[in-house]
Ligand binder design. Structure first.
Ligand code: FDP
Length: 302
């Protein structure tokens, strides 16, 4: 029954790091509860307790802001829902900077498919100029039939599941990505004009790969991590040359998790973890998962 705190202590994470992790876990528990109880109506409606309802992604963002503001070690946050990064503290010890996507896959909530939260953790004073490999840790939450957390502090990747008491206990201590025929082809619209992407998708079909695509990046990559194989692709095309997914909030954290599990992540040319964040909402194509599959994408689509 190893908790997240036990595990992080065993990795040598100090007191400040532990409180930061606790903040993120508290936010995840609150968001999990909000998703279960809130109506999926539009902003301005009311939840089952009669409280005024914000759109769920805005609500999740509000929860994370509230929790981060209580932690004196978090000096900076940036959210996919905010126009700019936000300084929380100039304090001497406020070294931690948290970037997050509060509710990834939010368009899936109303149809009751799994969604997630993504946190990238840096020690930085601004996010502009950072690279994904500078993250000190990554934590993602998956809100499905179970609420789970997958995290890395660059010592491998572990999964924790929320039990009946609301405590996260380790459920998978050996997450490793190897090779295997499973594919999650995002942005298939691109195949309508990109012969190279159409050919790659045809290759996967002809080779009898199993299709596993939910439309949420978090559950799709969670699946690759837990099944230990597969590829998720989201290329660009004429309408969106760099695709849709954001480097800071989505791609860099997922790349650290997958790389720590023995997989890889590339934009077709450059390792995602080596890409410099030039602006907060920077997009990037991404091919992420089993190493051989990522190489295949790079060769086919670069
Ligand atoms: P969503 O817009 O529902 O939040 O980054 C957002 C994301 O979902 C990813 O989770 C998902 O993989 C992708 O967009 C799906 O993109 P398309 O809308 O192009 O299918």
């Amino acid at each position: 029954m190893m908790t997240i705190k036990d595990y992080l202590k065993s990795c040598g994470v100090d007191e400040r790091g532990l409180t930061v992790a606790e903040t993120l876990v508290t936010a995840v528990k609150r968001i999990s509860n909000v998703i279960k109880t809130a109506s999926t109506g539009k902003a301005g409606s009311y939840n089952i307790y009669g409280e005024e309802q914000l759109a769920l992604d805005i609500l999740a963002d509000k929860v994370i802001q509230e929790e981060c503001k209580k932690n004196e070690y978090i000096g900076l946050i940036a959210s996919e829902e905010l126009p700019d990064e936000m300084k929380l503290s100039e304090g001497e010890y406020a070294d931690y900077a948290i970037c997050y996507d509060p509710l990834d896959g939010s368009s899936l909530v109303d149809v009751n498919l799994a969604v997630g939260t993504i946190f990238g953790v840096y020690e930085a004073k601004t996010f502009v100029g950072v690279k994904g490999n500078q993250q000190t840790g990554v934590l993602i939450a998956v809100y499905g039939p179970k609420t789970t957390i997958i995290l890395t502090v660059k010592q491998g990747v572990k999964e924790f599941v929320m039990n009946i008491d609301g405590e996260f206990v380790m459920s998978n201590d050996d997450i490793k990505i190897e090779e295997g025929k499973m594919f999650a082809p995002g942005n298939l619209r691109a195949a309508s004009e990109r012969k190279d992407y159409m050919e790659l998708v045809n290759y996967w079909c002809k080779e009898k790969y199993t299709l596993r695509y939910s439309g949420g990046m978090v559950p799709d990559i969670n699946q690759i991590l837990l099944k230990g194989k597969g590829i998720f692709s989201y290329p660009g095309y004429s309408e969106a040359p760099n695709g849709k997914l954001r480097l800071l909030f989505e791609c860099a954290p997922m790349a650290l998790l997958v790389t720590q599990a023995g997989g890889a992540a590339s934009d077709g040319k450059i390792d995602i973890l080596e890409k410099v964040v030039e602006k907060l909402d920077q997009r990037t194509p991404i091919y992420i998962g089993s190493k051989v599959e990522v190489e295949r994408c790079c060769k086919a689509l670069a």
